[in-house]
Design a protein around this ligand. Sequence first.
Ligand code: AMP
Length: 185
Amino acid sequence: MTEHDERVDIVKDLIRDVPDFPKEGIVFKDIMPLLADPTGFRMAVQLISELFDGLDENDEPFDEPDVIVGMESRGFIFGAALAQKLGAAFVPVRKPGKLPCPTHKVEYALEYGTDALEIHVDAFPNGAKVLIVDDLIATGGTAKATEELVEKAGGTIIGSAFLIDLTFLKGTDKLSHRARAVLSY
Ligand code: AMP
């Protein structure tokens, strides 16, 4: 896939910039027009699936992921669709207090204060090959916490795949494993 792939342009045109949301100075990338367009949404999932197509963390051929881990809440949308496409399991990473069974928990720093994410301790078998999926990486705090959760749960991380990387925030620098995105800003 290259930046000249016309599918990338079609997907990009379906993402709306919303200035000053949720607070002043943030340009929110609104994916609702993309989700509302069946062709565009399918294209976006296809493009995410191509990011790690057949390559392991050493860029050697590998079997497809056993598990897609998606973070609350827009990671559920792309993660679940990708899991269905690849025939993989889908495992949600959720905000504290939402998962009903015993969990691992990781806290991470926000601009002000901290937040936390959880995963079920029995989410997948030990050594399962995991691809982490979210709609967007900004500062990387969410994805970093998710890497830690997957490792606590015994998973082997293939990498992290995003629809959008806000590269000026250098979020992927925080991650311990490979990260790729369909669109970079
Ligand atoms: P971060 O932990 O800073 O990498 O933030 C990533 C999470 O926040 C993702 O789950 C995104 O959905 C959401 N997010 C952060 N910044 C934006 C933005 N500018 N537009 C849309 N979503 C965002």
